[in-house]
Ligand binder design. Structure first.
Ligand SMILES: [Zn+2]
Length: 469
């Protein structure tokens, strides 16, 4: 099977040479070589900056009653590591749309845009067609691999949409979310782009939230795209963990939508949506379905709620979500063979979380201590927590004094961690993120790499050309 993919590449040598010239420096290698890996799994921890990783590592260790500082998350044991530059075409600090799109197309774009180059014009939705670029999922599918996206956000949210959508505005998740003018101009919402993609490029599997965009709440066009999907050959629509875990062996295409929009976070899930799967369950099901294709697969798994928790200032919940994300990675490692599967773990961008003091055995969720164990006081005579944000809802309101965190319940996962500056939604961080890699092709992850180079590494590792044709 691998050899046949290599032969097919021979016919594409011209394309490959042109793409090699365009590729990022440092990883130059002709396209059209035999693949090094049959499968690639890209794990994106949304907003999972390095300070979040360190805090989560400490938190996970402390939750197990161990020394937190010396703990390691599963992927922190991977042999290869790089720092990644994440800026967008128009901003020092990227959003998830450009971040994921850069990794999945090899092209930076403007914040908010997906599957397009930086030539896209936000004020003209039709410009997305002219600026369109193929995604790794589309290229992989068109060359015989299976493809899938898993997310705890809506499957139409920016990161998973970067596998299949071509749009200047990430907010166009359903046709109700689009301005009438854009619909009149023939522009197509993200949910419809997933369902109506040509079969030769369409995702085989999409698991997450977002049923509200597919017809659970009425669409303008009146379509119920979940029912439409289920009627296709070898296809299933599921909306519970139980149905996901008991798919028949013949199923090759799966749409699983377990929430109207984003899925509930780990703290709320057991009570708010008890029938919904965990990220680890979705990851297991995805690998099971996609690995039925012996030619291989490309899978993206997003831990979306790390970012969502950071935005609302909930550091504790963000750490819960990293631990949950880590469990999904551990599951993927257990279900795959490092001889044929490249696993990458990275983030699209960082968040402004800081770690400020603490004794070796201090709870990472607690107050920063003095050497004598008593809380350390800020210049305003109040204690402060070890974890703090630069911006976010936990900042002091206009003309208000800083809250005293010793009077709050710091064990509450929905506690709003203090921020220096109040903002209704915390700003993303602009520093580099880390990328960890394991398996064939992992050796390309070293030094400082550019976010779009991750696309080049993945497609070369799979032996794929730079476009669907
Ligand atoms: Zn965000």
């Amino acid at each position: 099977m691998l050899a046949s993919r290599g032969r097919r590449q021979g016919a594409l040598a011209m394309t490959g040479m042109i793409l090699t010239l365009m590729a990022a420096p440092g990883i130059g290698q002709a396209a059209g070589k035999a693949p090094h890996a049959r499968n690639v799994i890209l794990f994106i921890g949304d907003g999972m900056g390095v300070s979040t990783l360190t805090a989560a590592r400490i938190y996970q260790g402390q939750m197990k009653g161990k020394d937190g500082a010396s703990n390691r998350l599963t992927f922190e044991t991977f042999p290869n590591l790089a720092l990644v530059q994440t800026y967008s075409a128009d901003s020092l600090v990227t959003d998830s749309a450009n971040g994921a799109s850069s990794m999945l197309t090899g092209h930076r774009t403007i914040n908010g845009a997906l599957g397009v180059t930086d030539k896209v014009d936000r004020s003209d939705c039709r410009s997305a067609q002219a600026a369109r670029v193929d995604t790794l999922a589309e290229i992989a599918k068109s060359h015989g691999l299976s493809t899938g996206a898993v997310s705890t956000a809506a499957i139409t949210d920016a990161t998973p949409a970067a596998l299949y959508a071509h749009v200047g505005a990430r907010s166009y998740q359903g046709d109700m979310a689009m301005p009438q003018a854009a619909l009149d101009e023939g522009c197509v919402d993200i949910a419809r782009q997933l369902i109506d993609a040509p079969e030769t490029q369409r995702l085989d599997l999409a698991l997450g939230g977002g049923a509200g965009f597919f017809g659970q709440t009425p669409r303008r066009d009146g379509r119920n795209m979940m029912q439409e999907f289920a009627r296709r050959p070898d296809s299933a629509f599921v909306d519970t963990a139980q149905a996901l875990a008991s798919l028949p062996n013949s199923t090759r295409h799966v749409l699983g939508l377990f929430a109207g929009n984003n899925m509930a976070d780990e703290t709320d899930r057991p009570t708010a949506t008890p029938t919904a799967p965990r990220l680890v369950d979705m990851t297991r099901a995805a690998i099971k379905v996609l690995s039925r294709n012996k030619k291989g697969y490309f899978l993206m798994v997003e831990g979306a709620l790390i970012d969502k928790a950071h935005h609302v200032g909930e550091a504790h919940e963000a750490l819960n979500e990293v631990v949950e994300f880590d469990a999904a990675i551990a599951e993927a490692l257990a279900l795959t063979d490092p001889k044929d599967t490249l696993i990458i773990v990275t983030a699209d961008h960082s968040h402004g979380l800081t770690i400020n003091g603490g004794a070796r055995n201090s709870s990472i969720l607690g107050l920063a201590p003095e050497a004598n164990g008593q809380p350390r006081m800020g210049g305003d005579g109040k204690p402060f927590t070890i974890l703090q944000y630069a911006t976010g809802p936990g900042g002091p309101a206009l003309n208000a004094l800083r809250q005293d965190p010793s009077k709050a319940n710091l064990a509450d996962p929905h506690y709003k961690t203090a921020a220096a500056i109040i903002l209704p939604s915390a700003a993303h961080g602009g520093e580099d993120v880390a990328a960890y890699a394991h398996g064939p092709g992992a050796e390309n992850f070293h030094g400082l790499i550019d976010q779009p180079a991750i696309f080049q590494i993945m497609r070369r590792t799979l032996g794929l050309p730079g476009s669907v044709h």
